[in-house]
Design a binder for this molecule. Structure first.
Ligand code: HPA
Length: 281
């Protein structure tokens, strides 16, 4: 049996985890949020009903990466019932793709119809600067695998889900309008996902830029594919934490990435709160 079959079937585990969460809260989330590296502060904007460490939830993967808290937070965000992942797990941590997308499936099972996802990413677009925010308009899956590989489970959706518009155009427009109103510079662009954990070589970065990608990172795409299979509407943001053009003299470090993410965090939080306030939920 190949690795991709480990955990199969997932549906009973997803149900079990969701039932566990439901017993601890009266919140019926309409919105699911995944907070990436150094962007966990949005969770502080939630009027919390409950905070559940991942390790307490049956079958939930536990984040090991620095900058990822590892709590599931349920409460009201700008008055909207929400379930927030403070920290995610990555493929590079050694989790199977099934494990990486498990939390999204649980949040869908809890009732969330919209997924708001964020990450820290390297900027490939030469017009941009570290510290910029980007709304994701499309992605390239260059992780070398797909989270839906394995026996098909009808409960999650189609065997061959459409990926023509993974990021909801209406929600992208909403984000851009709010950014204008808030006078926050919001870039728009294509996110390419690599497996990591090593950063890209200069040759790899040149290749990714020529492919049409504006930002590169090690997450998000698996969760978005899983969310789209389940029919969720997706809105995604990248915090450009370093310029990954292959020309920088300073090598990129995880510490530097986290430092820039923390610096732009208040701007990110302000933008997302205003967007959530206006989400058609
Ligand atoms: N490359 C890949 N992932 C990243 C980067 C990068 O430059 N910055 C933050 N996450």
């Amino acid at each position: 049996m190949s690795d991709s079959r480990v955990g199969y079937p997932w549906q009973p585990r997803v149900r079990e985890a969701a039932a566990f969460v439901r017993e601890r809260t009266r919140i019926q989330p309409r919105l699911a949020v995944i907070l990436g590296s150094g962007l966990g502060a949005l969770a502080d904007a939630v009027e919390r009903d409950v905070t559940i460490p991942y390790r307490e939830i049956p079958h939930f993967p536990v984040s090991t990466a620095a900058g990822h808290a590892g709590n599931l937070v349920l409460g009201l965000l700008e008055g909207k019932p929400a379930v927030v992942m403070q920290g995610r797990v990555h493929f590079y941590e050694g989790y199977s793709m099934g494990e990486v997308i498990f939390p999204v499936r649980v949040m869908r099972e809890l009732g969330a119809g919209v997924l708001l996802v964020s990450n820290a990413a390297g900027g490939l677009n030469r017009e941009w600067r570290a510290g910029d925010l980007m709304v994701i308009t499309d992605h390239i899956n260059f992780m070398g695998t797909n989270p839906l590989i394995g026996p098909h489970e009808e409960a999650f959706g189609a065997r061959f889900p459409d990926m023509a518009r993974p990021y909801d155009p209406e929600l992208v427009s909403l984000a851009e309008r709010v950014a204008l109103e808030e006078r926050i510079l919001l870039r728009r662009g294509v996110y390419v996902a690599v497996s990591g954990p090593s950063y890209e070589t200069a040759a790899e970065l040149r290749m990714l830029a020529r492919w049409g990608a504006d930002a590169v990172g090690m997450s998000t795409v698996p969760e978005v594919i899983a969310a789209r299979q389940m029919g969720m509407r997706v809105l995604g943001f990248s915090a450009i934490t370093d310029m990954a053009t292959g020309e920088v003299v300073e090598p990129v470090t995880h510490e530097a990435v986290l430092a820039v993410a923390r610096e732009l965090e208040p701007r990110f939080v302000r933008l997302v709160r205003r967007i959530v306030a206006e989400l058609p939920l």
